[in-house]
Design a protein around this ligand. Structure first.
Ligand code: COA
Length: 158
């Protein structure tokens, strides 16, 4: 089966993202985790830092590779031969936004499907911004991100 793509900004990757990735691997045998320079968001971590952290925290998970892409996600999917884009849904508020992106991607390429995985209950409230805010204010993020990401965030917000 072709690869599926799990795309996101991952600024930085959290346990919530890894939860979606691991559950998606029960359905898709190979997943390319993809991240990009963003035009719409100012990132705390550079593209290289986001890629390094993604590679570190997925290195022991089989069936995963991590790639950067430029341009449209559907073009990258076509380049990889991927027919599926994976996205996580946390709350009903994610739905409107995700629905818009998924329908636009479907319009851009009718051969590519977006498949949603519901976040586990313990990660419903999690986002990369919240984790960074908590770390900046001296809070404990050890349950929210892998240890390597926790160290990187603490260095970054010092
Ligand atoms: N657990 C924890 N947090 C999660 C999560 C989960 N399961 N799922 C999403 N999030 C959070 C992210 O951490 C992020 O939080 P933040 O805003 O606090 O940083 C937020 O939800 C947004 O998710 P993200 O995955 O970063 O999505 P995005 O909307 O920024 O999209 C791309 C990123 C790369 C997929 C998108 O910009 C893209 O497709 N770019 C290519 C250009 C393109 O094709 N454009 C046309 C689209 S129609």
């Amino acid at each position: 089966m072709n690869t599926a793509i799990y795309a996101g900004t991952f600024d930085p990757v959290t346990n919530g993202h890894l939860d979606i990735l691991k559950r998606a691997l029960n359905v898709f045998p190979h997943i390319t985790v993809a991240t990009a320079e963003t035009i719409s968001k100012h990132c705390t971590f550079s593209l290289d830092e986001r890629l390094s952290l993604l590679r570190l925290v997925t290195q022991d998970i089989g069936g995963v590779d991590v790639r950067a892409f430029e341009g449209l996600l559907v073009d990258f999917a076509r380049e990889l031969g991927a027919k599926v884009i994976i996205r996580g849904l946390r709350q009903t508020t994610d739905f409107d936004y995700e629905f818009q992106i998924a329908t636009m991607n479907a319009r851009l390429d009718t051969n590519i499907q977006t498949v949603f995985f519901l976040s586990s209950l313990e990660y419903l409230h999690l986002s990369s911004s919240l984790v960074k805010e908590i770390a900046t204010l001296g809070g404990d993020i050890s349950q929210l991100v892998p240890p390597q990401v926790e160290d990187a965030i603490i260095q970054k917000v010092k």
